[in-house]
Design a protein around this ligand. Sequence first.
Ligand SMILES: Cc1cc2nc3c(=O)[nH]c(=O)nc-3n(C[C@H](O)[C@H](O)[C@H](O)COP(=O)(O)O)c2cc1C
Length: 197
Amino acid sequence: MTTSDISELTPRERARIVKTAVAPRPIAWIGTTSADGVDNLAPFSAYNYVSSAEPVVAFSAPFADREELKDTPRNVLETGEFAVNVATEALAEEMDASSASIDSAESEFEFAGVERADCVTIDAPRVADAEVTMECTLYGTMRVHDRLLTLGDVRYVHVSEDVRTDGKIDATKLANVGRLGGPYYTDSEPMDLERQF
Ligand SMILES: Cc1cc2nc3c(=O)[nH]c(=O)nc-3n(C[C@H](O)[C@H](O)[C@H](O)COP(=O)(O)O)c2cc1C
């Protein structure tokens, strides 16, 4: 076993260990609209839920300064709204393609060939074929070193009939895609082991 104090590692080495250790990570495929009305779509795996019964989700992105914010967090700050689509196997390639750095004036929906649909309670766009989408309004933000953590109150949910059993969402039917360390993705087949307690 090799052990290291964090101060002995380069930022790159630290990031590699943390991103490999904190895995598999769920992927929020986030739809937003800019103040100018341009639709945006991008995946974020620095993502999780923070609260479930009163649902709040959070994702993070670099925040060296506001000018350099990625389109997604900038749009959320400008409009107060975002749609989290769950990344699943059927749309994994499109999800990956939507991470390309394209001009802010262009939409990743067109670039990645993803059909958009309107949300119900917010103006942000959603992925028409996503099995699950959560419509969010901005709960708050928190600066964490050089990143911005953005939290969203989930206000409205879309859950396809295809991933329900007896009306309830069914984890065995939702083919979530996750991120591992390095360039790797993973699927989410349940193991034989089930939670006992
Ligand atoms: C699966 C996946 C997960 C990603 N997760 C993050 C993340 O958590 N935070 C981040 O800043 N960028 C992440 N990225 C990179 C962004 O998707 C990428 O920078 C994208 O161009 C941002 O788009 P935007 O400027 O339209 O918001 C991820 C990329 C992929 C493919």
